[in-house]
Design a protein around this ligand. Sequence first.
Ligand SMILES: C[S@@+](CC[C@H](N)C(=O)[O-])C[C@H]1O[C@@H](n2cnc3c(N)ncnc32)[C@H](O)[C@@H]1O
Length: 325
Amino acid sequence: MLPIFEKKNINMVVSDQYISPFDVLIANSDTLDLLKTIPDAVAELIVSSPPYNLGKSYENRQHFREYLGFQKKIIEECYRILKPEGNFCWQVGNYVEKGEVFPLDIYYYDFFKFDLNMKLRNRIIWHFGHGLHASKRFSGRYETILWFSKEDNYIFNLDPVRVPSKYPGKRHFKGDKKGQPSCNPKGKNPSDIWDIITHDFDTCLWDIPNVKSNHPEKTLHPCQYPIELIERLVLSMTHEQGIVLDPFMGAGSTLLAALLHDRRAIGVDKEKEYFDITKSRINELKNGTLRKRELGKPVHQPTGKEKVSQMPDEWKKEHKQGTLL
Ligand SMILES: C[S@@+](CC[C@H](N)C(=O)[O-])C[C@H]1O[C@@H](n2cnc3c(N)ncnc32)[C@H](O)[C@@H]1O
């Protein structure tokens, strides 16, 4: 069973324009309409996964160039809202047309770098173990987060997101520190490849009939990212009470990541259904019923004894005969 989280005193404001004070401000409108009401230089972190133009239920598929043009307007508006020391994290995968793959980060990079003059600090690979199986190319198992900063003195705190060292007992073998422990006692840098599961799949996979009912984070939203993915960004790139903005909030995962760590948050989604999901998830956090994976919990490694990790009996005979291929 996953842990429950509670933050009783959250001041949730529902408004189509920016008004302060708030702990979390949510809007059910077009993103540009809300963004235009937000003052300059208030947000410490802007983080989102924009629509990928894949024709999901919430988007009309546009010509690829038109899609990028619309995104550009939103990113420019977000740039205005970002503080000089702020960070901008854009989480994207691929746009696919007639079987051809267009890696969105490549297209977005040009815009952030050459139009806005922002500086890339990391291209984080978010690797996950599950997903659809492709038949005409290799199955996609990662997406990326482009992390840009506006200026060189950007906010970055490594300590809150360090992970346990693999070999904490390692010692210096030469020099002044010979014989002393060589690892950082606070843990190591988590690197730019993040193994964060898409759902709480590892906790439920072993109980297949109950996957759905056991699923603590998954909502009806088709492209939700895990709260844990964003917690790492929030903890390393903002201060307490700093504002985190998600211009495409979906089911509100970014906002929850911010609120869980005493940051303030602003989010907007044009779809009433997703707006309502966000609102009820924030209420779950307020009344102590929000379940999610603990930050930094290792991904489950099968022991080989679980039924689902064993070869089905029907295949064993064919394997022996070498006829399965
Ligand atoms: C990829 S999803 C974001 C999912 C989110 N990261 C989560 O974890 O739930 C993109 C969202 O953008 C919203 N959206 C698309 N175009 C929009 C627009 N012009 N204004 C506001 N929201 C928009 C969609 O309804 C969708 O929920």
